[in-house]
Ligand binder design. Structure first.
Ligand SMILES: [Fe+2]
Ligand SMILES: [Fe+2]
Length: 472
């Protein structure tokens, strides 16, 4: 197999033309995808020329090819990391045995569920971000949004390739269903909660890219360890693209924080809102919202499904190789749960805590970014600290969904929770205010008042480069 991407109707490095049946099936799905993209993709920008990165090979340096393209002409395709010969299962019950190139019959359903759940998030996020182009704070940001969008479209392709190739007719049906569910739809919603939440302004977009895409990173990382080799290789390449989405989120918030501090210092009362900015307490509320919603994506803290997926060798831990024990039998893990109105530490079989272990890695990574944001506030000499709320706060999934906890993690009664809710979470007024700031800025190099310019442009270009051009 070549690592170069052949130039056909469906760009790919999987020798698609060598499998006529599969090629025909995917060529049938392609127009349905494009139809979905035109309906649910970025509204109002399909004919613009956007400075996008396109993959031409999965090799270092080869997958980042920049140029102005119209989004519907983006080369969505199928790119897998090259196969590494002799690869063996490196965790779970099958450790040491050769990895699978075909779906193992006894794990077929489990594997399909993992792929469908991951795949569903990809088009969901495009739908959530559909209208954001109309209020972009700069052309630089507009371009980044579209880069994220086209790549989420490609991630959908990646999962659909696996479904079509390895799951026969029901795989094809699942692939069609990916295009028929809709984010936030009452009858046919997307599978996971956070992917039905509205992301209808740029503050939520940046936090989505910061936290929700970061959940994606950890899920993909765990799946890139998989003993089902095609899944591992697919997810490895997706991770390289995902890194950019996380960059967009983390630096987007960094730029907001910096601008808010500048505006606070300009204002006689230190009020960023009075200067048309996003004040830090409001930012904190949105962090509380997105962080807690995204913790739910990892699932329950004690999970037999997670244990089964690990045992089967389908889903490992983030950077599995850094652990010493890859079988994890007989070991235990301390999990915090809410039982009979109390927080209790529970020792559970290690494998059943896989969700909690992955969530723990995610939380650490988020804290690293939040520390950086706080570094900016400190540099400005402002006494304020942003923080991740306790993982007990505002949960809808897992043991703490039964509890009322404040952002510090203290258990409180329902009345106290309700009384303080508006201080902790974005209110209707906050939404109205943030949306009022969302006036588009489309002059090259100019930024909306509520966000600082980025340190540098994309791919060595200046910040005032014309990243998005109207149709000529
Ligand atoms: Fe993705
Ligand atoms: Fe992403």
């Amino acid at each position: 197999m070549s690592s170069f991407i052949s130039d056909q109707k469906i760009p790919n490095n999987v020798n698609l033309s060598g499998d006529r049946r599969l090629q025909r099936a995917l060529e049938k799905w392609q127009p349905k995808f494009l139809e979905w993209w035109m309906e649910m993709g970025p509204a109002g920008y399909q004919m613009h020329d956007v400075y996008l990165r396109t993959a031409i090979s999965v090799e270092k340096g080869g997958w980042a090819n920049f140029g102005h393209v119209k989004m519907p002409d983006y080369r969505w395709g199928i790119f897998l990391e090259p196969k590494s010969e002799g690869r063996t299962h490196h965790f779970g019950d099958n450790i040491g045995k050769p990895v699978w190139d075909e779906v193992p019959g006894e794990f077929r359903n489990m594997l399909k569920r993992l792929i469908v759940t991951q795949g569903d998030t990809e088009p969901a996020s495009v739908e959530q971000q559909k209208l954001l182009g109309q209020t972009a704070p700069s052309l630089y940001d507009l371009r980044n949004l579209f880069q994220v969008n086209v790549e989420e479209g490609r991630h959908l392709w990646a999962m659909v390739y696996l479904l079509h190739t390895y799951f026969g007719r029901d795989g094809r049906e699942e692939a069609d269903d990916m295009l028929s569910r809709r984010s936030g739809d009452e009858d046919k919603p997307r599978i996971l909660g956070a992917f039905n939440e509205p992301t209808n302004h740029w503050l939520s977009f940046f936090l989505f890219a910061m936290f929700t895409d970061r959940d994606g990173k950890y899920q993909l990382s765990a799946l890139s360890e998989s003993g089902f080799d095609p899944l591992a290789r697919t997810c490895s390449f997706m991770l390289t693209e995902e890194a950019h989405h996380l960059f967009v989120g983390e630096t987007g918030i960094r730029r907001i924080v910096n601008r808010s501090c500048e505006l606070m210092k300009q204002d006689p009362n230190g009020d960023a809102r009075a200067q048309g900015g996003i004040d830090l307490p409001t930012l904190q509320k949105y962090i509380n919202f997105w962080f807690s919603v995204d913790l739910d994506l990892f699932g329950g803290e004690i999970s037999s499904n997670a244990a089964d997926a690990f045992a089967a060798g389908l889903k490992g831990r983030h950077r599995e190789t850094k652990y010493e024990d890859h079988v994890c039998l007989g070991d235990s893990f301390n999990v915090e749960v809410f039982e009979n109105g109390k927080i209790v530490q529970k020792e559970v079989a290690y494998r059943t805590a896989m969700n909690e272990i992955l969530r723990g890695e995610f939380i650490k990574d988020c804290q690293r970014a939040i520390d950086k944001w706080n570094g900016i506030i400190k540099k400005h000499g402002i006494n304020f600290e942003l923080r991740a709320p306790s993982s007990r706060f505002n949960r809808s999934i897992g043991s703490f969904s039964e509890a009322n906890c404040d952002p510090d993690g203290n258990v409180i009664d329902q009345a106290t929770f309700e009384k303080n809710y508006d201080q902790w979470m974005p209110t209707e007024e906050d939404e109205i205010y943030i949306k009022s700031l969302m006036q588009p800025v489309f002059e090259p190099g100019k930024m909306a008042n509520w966000i600082s310019p980025p340190k540098r442009g994309v791919n060595g270009q200046e910040v005032d480069f014309e990243y998005v051009r109207p149709p000529s």
